[in-house]
Design a protein around this ligand. Sequence first.
Ligand SMILES: Nc1nc2c(c(=O)[nH]1)N[C@H]1C(S)=C(S)[C@@H](COP(=O)(O)OP(=O)(O)OC[C@H]3O[C@@H](n4cnc5c(=O)[nH]c(N)nc54)[C@H](O)[C@@H]3O)O[C@H]1N2
Ligand SMILES: Nc1nc2c(c(=O)[nH]1)N[C@H]1C(S)=C(S)[C@@H](COP(=O)(O)OP(=O)(O)OC[C@H]3O[C@@H](n4cnc5c(=O)[nH]c(N)nc54)[C@H](O)[C@@H]3O)O[C@H]1N2
Ligand SMILES: [Mo]
Length: 831
Amino acid sequence: MPNDSNDHDDHGDHGAKLTRRRLIQAGLAMGALGAVRPGLLVPGARAAPPGPAEVLTGSHWGAFYMRTERGHVTGIRPWEGDPHPSPQLPGVRDSIYSPTRIRYPMVRRAWLEHGPGSDKAGRGKGDFVRVDWDKALDLVANELTRVRKHYGPTSIFGGSYGWKSPGKLHNCQTLLARALTVNGGFVSRSGDYSTGAAQVILPYVVGSIDVYEQPTVWPVLAEHTELMVFWAANPMVTNQIGWQVPDHGAYPGMEALRRRGVQVICIDPQKTETCRFFGAEWLAPRPQTDVAMMLGIAHTLYTENLHDAKFLERYTTGFDQFVPYLTGKSDGKPKDAQWASDICEIPADTIRALARRFASKRTMLAAGWSIQRQHHGEQAHWMLVTLAAMLGQIGLPGGGYGFTYHYANGGSPTATGPVLPGISAGAKPPPGSEWLEAGGTETIPVSRIVEMLENPGGAYDHNGKRETYPDIRLAYWVGGNPFMHHQDRNRMIKAWQKLDTFIVHDYQWTATARHADIVLPCTTSYERNDIEGIGDYAMSHILPMRKVVDPLFEARNDYDIFTAICERMGTRSAFTEERDEMGWIRVFYEAARIQARGKRMEMPVFDVFWNSNKPLAFPISEEAKGYIRHKEFRDDPLLNALGTASGRIEIYSSNIAHMKYDDCPPHPTWMEPLERLGGTGTKYPLHVVSSHPAGRLHSQLCGTVLRETYAIHGREPCLMHPEDARARGIVDGDVIRVFNDRGQMLVGVRLTDQIRRGAIRVSEGGWYDPVEPGKPGTLCRYGDVNNLTSNIATSKLANGNCGHTAMAQAEKFHGTPPDVQVFRPPPGSSA
Ligand SMILES: Nc1nc2c(c(=O)[nH]1)N[C@H]1C(S)=C(S)[C@@H](COP(=O)(O)OP(=O)(O)OC[C@H]3O[C@@H](n4cnc5c(=O)[nH]c(N)nc54)[C@H](O)[C@@H]3O)O[C@H]1N2
Ligand SMILES: Nc1nc2c(c(=O)[nH]1)N[C@H]1C(S)=C(S)[C@@H](COP(=O)(O)OP(=O)(O)OC[C@H]3O[C@@H](n4cnc5c(=O)[nH]c(N)nc54)[C@H](O)[C@@H]3O)O[C@H]1N2
Ligand SMILES: [Mo]
């Protein structure tokens, strides 16, 4: 891989890669490196010594010590350097011993007895047979060989997306890509589910994907921002986790804003934890109508001459092509506050007042990502940048826009440390083989997997190109849960029948593992040695992740599983480069040490670091604490031109105009989504908000004790406004059935006035628990919200997922609801 991070092609990577590159460049430009104090770095300057049997490690939830007694983890305690430990830590410990652990290699009976492609509709029924590791590995190696020989590398899908555990070596997705690469290639994917639309459109608008880059840092906001607008962002909840090990630096950042009494507005169908933390103003537009609301604000700015014409002139292009649309000159519909109000249900006066307040104050527009995980989601971030450009505060301290204040603690000042390398997908790509760098022979946009399975050889449009779907026979998934994360579960279950073979490694019986033909049990992070950085943006420490306990049952490391498969395929040494676990960890550390030396910092020798049981800290420069996004561009737009066609912010994009897409016009535009609250022709009355859960990470930890803190009658909670409930004869605590034409599920209802009328909230990540597995349309007993969502793509430009596009109906469930089964292992699997 040509980059400093080694995950291929997903947001962690884009995040780490671009952020780091930017920052390293910024650091060089600012002379920050020269300012760093040379000398020996002290591991974990702030850490108190751990107790006798406590091992320091970490994961998506932070760095922590695990206490062990007789080889068993009996306690978990956050690392002292964590300013805001995640309340999910008890679930992290429990995940090791959860009854949902996969214990042994398992093969679906029909597949084992009758071969690949047998009884495809039987997937998900749980009829597994335990096999020993040798047999399981032979089956996998032989099947990969068979499929490749008959159908070629483009018949194997290895683009396995998801939130695999951190760790520079046990990065299971990169390990899968590496194993498939050394054996001749595979089909991978581009983009991710998080920012599928925004990361494709923003390069046309601001010249970079932007959504993973460092925004103006929190200390600058605390000093300069007068009005902080969280637009569809809930940083109090979503900053709990990081792609690497989170530093939780956003929490002291938010605390500082609160202390200074900065005005905060939250624009969200829910009165979020963030809104409550700040005691903020809550504005609850109809979901999916934010672009209309932003246009209403823009119209007021323009007609009241509150927009910054000088900024628009100097730093943007295309405003004059956008104005006729804004004023209605081009289509007869002025996008004024009243027009916007009719769509979004925020009063026109409030919209006008927002425009005046934004313009009169130093305003930061901090947007989350749900608004682009919707039909035509590209428009949301484009319009938000346009609004910020009209306000003219981009590049000023505390003003402009930011897209990562809610994610992985974006806005934490970045330390001046080395970039820790990790395992790469292609051992050593021969010159000219760019496909290796992309991590696959071919790629599809990540969320088009169902279309791909439905239309082998079919053509589709993507970002200006005409592409063809490959003909997939075998899919291999590690470190992700597509039977949670993908939309329209029932359509997906049917599409999955295209596959001859589906292979999964996981440590828990997710719905994905249950739908596999071959299931291999892997270790958790706490059963292996690894190394990782703390803080996706802060990059404040390097963390030794020492093994806490031995692997449970027959679990093996993904690295060892792939090594054994490659051994059988004759490619072992290409895969391992003759290194074992500790060998790799040393290599990564030493590479960082050499880089650090180049920055006049001396890291301790590896053994000292490893045995210290402490993270190694890097200094944060004063420059980093004063970082202002787009300041260089503002200072000199010619010398520091953006990476767009014009070098400026593009409010009109000729590149997009050339594509002539009916679902992505060349300037920000309000377009009706497939269905919405208040939409004409929309069949069902309730908008389903599938926000990210406060009590888990997607589906991770749903199988743990944490569930008891939120489940209602053992089911996923559904928030509903009391008036919506009354109209349906529903009372608090009822089990209700939520349904639409795509699917149905049971959930437990919680009535609250902290969600707007007409919207219900069921977090993504609930485990899919079908009453009749394999049967499309069957009732889900637990509450996987993707039973209800649509598979539609955001547009031909980005082909992003639309997890936040769903309308449904709800009714009281009469009779005895069927027991939830999904938190018990499938029959026969614990023998
Ligand atoms: N409706 C709706 N749907 C959504 C969203 C939404 O907002 N609304 N959000 C979307 C977004 S942004 C995302 S990122 C996705 C998340 O979707 P996923 O990332 O697929 O969800 P996770 O539950 O994190 O799944 C990760 C899986 O990896 C496994 N795993 C962890 N570590 C390892 C390891 O070391 N080895 C192996 N082999 N397995 C491991 C875990 O046990 C878990 O099963 O969901 C998307 N889906
Ligand atoms: N605790 C926890 N933290 C996480 C995750 C997790 O699973 N658990 N997942 C991580 C990942 S992978 C990602 S991608 C990020 C996700 O970050 P986001 O995509 O920003 O998170 P969401 O929860 O989907 O949405 C944020 C807010 O948008 C609101 N919202 C939904 N629809 C609309 C709308 O149409 N208009 C407006 N104005 N608001 C709307 C929701 O009510 C919610 O409060 O979070 C990360 N952090
Ligand atoms: Mo995500």
